[in-house]
Design a protein around this ligand. Structure first.
Ligand code: HEC
Length: 236
């Protein structure tokens, strides 16, 4: 009896166009995790790729705060909507030869349609900025994707991440943090990076951020390139 009733309800739910559309958006939001290492939905929060906030009806390659567009995309004349996004996401290289998005494309028609339904809702003019949604999703993928997505707040660091000094001896960096600990890294396992943007550390207060799964790798993120050699002392 029960089972009958539930099946009937499921059929009614599945056949409602509004709910079906909402399902597509939900699936699309999940698939968007594949884009998040490179794209945010927060206005002007650019990473490897430009922010996709307010993408809908925008001219390709036109976000002023993003300085790394390829000439190919800038001069493509594309306006972003359902049709153009479908072609772009199916095969970026075919649509805009010479573009610089490192992405092969999505062959599955439904997966593209879902993603576009989500993007339309999330990026049309007047859409809510997506930082809340994104933060939640970033939490789920951040560790796995490594680096691209969501770092901890580098402006107010816990002591174990606050770099006080770095020494360099033979092939080893030793990073001394504000909690008094010293961690040693093989020189090829410590990456020195900068982030001058609003997600970066305060100037003069570089951050130690674990990278990878094994605990043997980390990034030190500085506010400016000049700080790098000033912070590192050659000493054994
Ligand atoms: C590995 C990084 C990376 C991934 C993953 C990625 N993109 Fe991109 N994307 C870029 C870069 C870089 C550009 C700029 C390309 C250029 O200038 O030629 C770009 C450009 C775009 C643009 C054009 C934006 C504009 O302002 O004109 C759209 C739309 C886009 N990507 C959507 C997506 C979607 C949706 C996904 C996920 C399915 C995705 N991208 C995955 C890096 C990425």
């Amino acid at each position: 009896m029960h089972r009958f009733y539930l099946t009937g309800l499921a059929v009614i739910l599945a056949s409602s166009p509004v709910l079906a559309q909402q399902d597509a958006v939900t699936r699309g939001q999940r698939d968007f995790r594949g884009c998040m290492p490179c794209h945010s939905l927060e206005p002007d929060r650019n990473m490897t790729g430009p922010s996709l906030a307010q993408l809908w009806d925008r001219k390709a390659g036109s976000l002023e705060s993003f300085e790394r567009y390829s000439d190919a995309l800038k001069s493509s004349g594309i306006i972003w909507n359902e049709r153009s996004l479908d072609a772009w996401l199916m095969n970026p290289e075919r649509m805009v030869p010479g573009n610089e998005m490192p992405f092969n494309g999505i062959k599955d028609d439904r997966a593209r349609a879902d993603l576009i339904a989500f993007l339309k809702q999330a990026t049309k003019p007047g859409a809510q900025p997506q930082s809340a949604v994104e933060g939640r999703m970033g939490g789920m993928t951040g560790g796995m994707m490594g680096g691209g997505g969501r770092d901890p707040d580098l402006k107010s660091l816990e002591e174990s991440m606050q770099v006080e000094a770095i020494t360099y001896c033979h092939d080893t960096y030793r990073v001394i943090t504000a909690d008094g600990k010293t961690r040693a890294f093989w020189e090829r396992n410590l990456r020195l990076k900068t982030d001058s943007g609003k997600d970066g550390p305060q100037s003069g207060a570089p951050a130690l951020v674990p990278a990878g799964m094994m605990g043997d790798r980390a990034d030190v993120i500085f506010a400016a390139p000049e700080e790098i050699s000033k912070t590192i002392e050659r000493r054994c």
